[in-house]
Design a protein around this ligand. Structure first.
Ligand code: MN
Length: 232
């Protein structure tokens, strides 16, 4: 094997509730427009033909509890609170009926977004990477195994910024269910252990700035928390 010229960081590891070992992250997939009220607030309609995706690199991951610098290059950094699915087995061209077999567990995540850069990209029909895939843009709370969480139903999801409730919805408000997302995504990728899927955000997204503290909760899961520090 060719010796590497230098070392690069190992994959990030997300803590698991009540366990000493954590969940290593391989890839991060994100679903766009998966709550009708959020699509509407962004001036879009939900595409009921098929879900769509963007990705964040694993090194965009930020663990809950951190204080992160205000992201560079933006004047409009938004929170997007999301239900995150963690995969623990391979899935390729799986049916909706079999899709849940690949799920390891769930967590609370925040898809941090440079909304101004995403908006400029949309306008010019360019990729969203600058708006979505940057350092600390995929914030993750500790994971809970699938069996301990139980069935995905009408669990409440909430994000507060300071004392203000910004986002509130139920998991049953998702346009595309978790089995539908996994089955669809597995037509395009060999999904594998370590993959995370951010399943989209409900309405109420908005800007955060230096000094803001965000706390995201989903019934039955460990909350995700992050504080924005000064810019760097
Ligand atoms: Mn999102």
């Amino acid at each position: 094997m060719t010796e590497p010229l230098f070392d690069i960081p190992a994959p990030p590891v997300v803590p698991i509730e009540g366990e000493t070992r954590g969940f290593p992250v391989r890839r991060i997939f994100c679903v766009g427009r998966n709550y009708a009220a959020h699509a509407a607030e962004m001036g879009n309609e939900v595409d009921r033909e098929a879900p769509f995706y963007f990705t964040k690199s694993a090194h965009a991951l930020c663990l809950s509890g951190a204080t992160i610098p205000y992201p560079p290059g933006t004047g409009d950094c938004h929170h997007e609170m999301e239900f995150v699915v963690a995969l623990g087995a391979e899935a390729y061209r799986v049916s909706e009926a079999d899709a849940m077999e690949s799920v390891w567990g769930y967590g609370c995540g925040i898809d941090l977004t440079r909304r101004d850069l995403q908006g400029a990209a949309k306008e010019k029909r360019r990729p969203w990477d600058l708006g979505k895939d940057f350092e600390n843009a995929a914030i993750m709370g500790a994971l809970t195994p699938k069996g301990r969480f139980g069935e995905i139903g009408a669990q409440a999801l909430r994000l507060t910024v300071g004392a203000r409730v910004a986002q509130e919805a139920r998991l049953s408000d998702m346009v595309w269910s978790v089995p539908e997302i996994i089955a669809h995504l597995s037509r395009f990728y060999h999904l594998a252990p370590g993959d995370l899927i951010y399943t989209g955000t409900p309405a109420g997204v908005g800007p955060v700035g230096p000094g803001d503290h965000m706390r995201g909760e989903i019934e039955g899961l460990v909350p995700v928390e992050v504080t924005i520090g000064a810019g760097d």
